[in-house]
Design a protein around this ligand. Structure first.
Ligand SMILES: [Zn+2]
Ligand SMILES: [Zn+2]
Length: 222
């Protein structure tokens, strides 16, 4: 983790001292409505519509900001390529704010937080897993247990963002493995959700291993 040993500048306005100043933080667009993971249409609390749902899918997803927000995108990029503790704190704070304002903070307190894993080599290369850092901070904020090692990525897959929808599904086949039995209720944490195929793949694994309810929590939503 880089800490504040040299001058830092706000990603938004360039003001010295923090990576995201309060003024710019307030300007980040919040997601107006939570959306179903399958059809991307609005849904209360981000719950997967009954008609969009199937046995092994994510039951719902809550995100804080739209991915197309310039500042949100800059934060994610910066966080991915340089571990910045203060950025992670801001992102986790905004994620916790969102579940608070959705009124589901207590609902998740008996869920087990599970970060989307990186493959060993990817993590070595980067030095950290950004989803794991967010998951750790969040588990404290909502008083929930965390199992950072439960899901392991056993195949170093291509970047999902670079693939077409049908390729994404195949790309993830047998990419993950469970290290121990699944908790009954799981909350998967990641920085961004795009098509949701990674989240659904992990949900499938957890549900086949006994999970009854699996939700996802991400900073941004495409
Ligand atoms: Zn600023
Ligand atoms: Zn739907």
């Amino acid at each position: 983790m880089i800490d504040l040993v040299f001058p830092v500048f706000c990603l938004g306005c360039g003001a010295e001292s923090v990576f995201v100043c309060d003024k710019c933080k307030c300007k980040i667009a919040r997601l107006e409505q939570q959306k179903c993971i399958s059809c991307s249409k609005p849904s209360p609390f981000g719950k997967t519509h009954p008609e969009c749902s199937s046995k092994n899918k994510i039951d719902g997803i809550i995100s804080s900001v739209p991915y197309n927000d310039k500042m949100a995108k800059a934060m994610i990029e910066a966080f991915k390529f340089q571990s910045i503790k203060s950025m992670a704190l801001t992102m986790a704070e905004m994620m916790a704010d969102e579940i608070q304002s959705q009124g589901v903070k207590d609902y998740f307190s008996n869920f087990t937080v599970i970060p989307v894993p990186l493959h060993f080599w990817r993590k070595q290369e980067r030095g950290y897993n950004q989803a794991e850092i967010l998951a750790n901070l969040l588990s404290h904020k909502i008083n929930a247990l965390i199992l950072p090692e439960l899901v392991k990525k056993i195949r170093n897959t291509k970047q999902q963002a670079k693939l077409k929808a049908e390729q994404r599904k195949n790309n993830l086949k047998l990419a993950f493995k469970l290290q121990s039995p699944s908790p009954e209720k799981a909350l998967i944490v990641d920085d961004v959700a795009t098509t949701g195929s990674t989240l659904n793949e992990i949900a499938k694994l957890l549900k086949r291993a006994g999970a009854k309810e699996v939700w996802a929590l991400t900073f941004a939503r495409d």
